[in-house]
Design a protein around this ligand. Structure first.
Ligand SMILES: Cc1cc2nc3c(=O)[nH]c(=O)nc-3n(C[C@H](O)[C@H](O)[C@H](O)COP(=O)(O)O)c2cc1C
Length: 171
């Protein structure tokens, strides 16, 4: 896949077929996440890969916007480590960049993915902190549902380019 085409054709996928992705492939995907830019190159991310069906169901029952998670093979919880970040709050930006890399790498491999928000929702955050035993310095940013798309989502190429969003020199 051409790099630019990949950027322009990635879409959130919510319909999956069963299938477990090999650990080596997941490792490859996570490698791309770890090459994201981060403030002062502090790489303040931590990743939890979830494959257990019972856990996926439990997440579904506790996250209001990821009803499709059970059909996907996996979910990735992207967390920030505030002991590693440069300035307070950089974990959000750095881990967002890592998340996007991961999703683009999924797309390049023909896998589907969908970012499901955790931060800054306090209730959803509390659920993830409790369920995954996250210590105080580990902050969950988002859940990336990923797996084999079932092919039923025919996504039209989206048209998002807007010249009115571009400002030169001053706003
Ligand atoms: C911070 C953030 C939170 C999101 N949360 C959810 C979510 O909880 N559930 C969901 O189905 N999609 C979620 N999405 C996916 C967006 O709905 C999706 O990216 C957007 O509609 C654009 O569509 P596209 O990803 O196909 O380009 C989230 C995306 C972002 C960036």
């Amino acid at each position: 896949m051409n790099f630019k085409d990949g950027l322009l054709t990635r879409r959130s996928i919510r319909n999956y077929k069963s299938g477990i992705i090999a650990k080596e492939i997941i490792g490859d995907l996570l490698k791309t996440a770890m090459y994201a830019p981060s403030a002062k190159n502090r790489q303040p991310w931590e990743f939890i890969v979830v494959t257990d069906k019972n856990v996926l169901k439990n997440i579904k029952d506790n996250h209001p916007f990821c009803s499709f998670i059970e059909n996907a093979g996996h979910a990735l919880i992207v967390c920030g480590n505030t002991m590693d970040e440069f300035l307070s709050g950089h974990w959000v930006t750095d881990c967002s960049a890592a998340t996007e890399n991961f999703m683009l790498a999924c797309h390049e491999k023909g896998l589907g993915s969908c970012w499901c928000g955790i931060w800054p929702d306090e209730g959803i955050t509390e659920y993830f902190v409790k369920t995954f035993n996250l210590p105080e310095h580990i902050k969950p940013l988002c859940l990336v549902v990923f797996g084999y798309p079932d092919g039923s989502e025919v996504r039209q190429p989206s048209s998002r380019f807007r010249t009115d969003k571009i400002h030169y020199e001053v706003f």
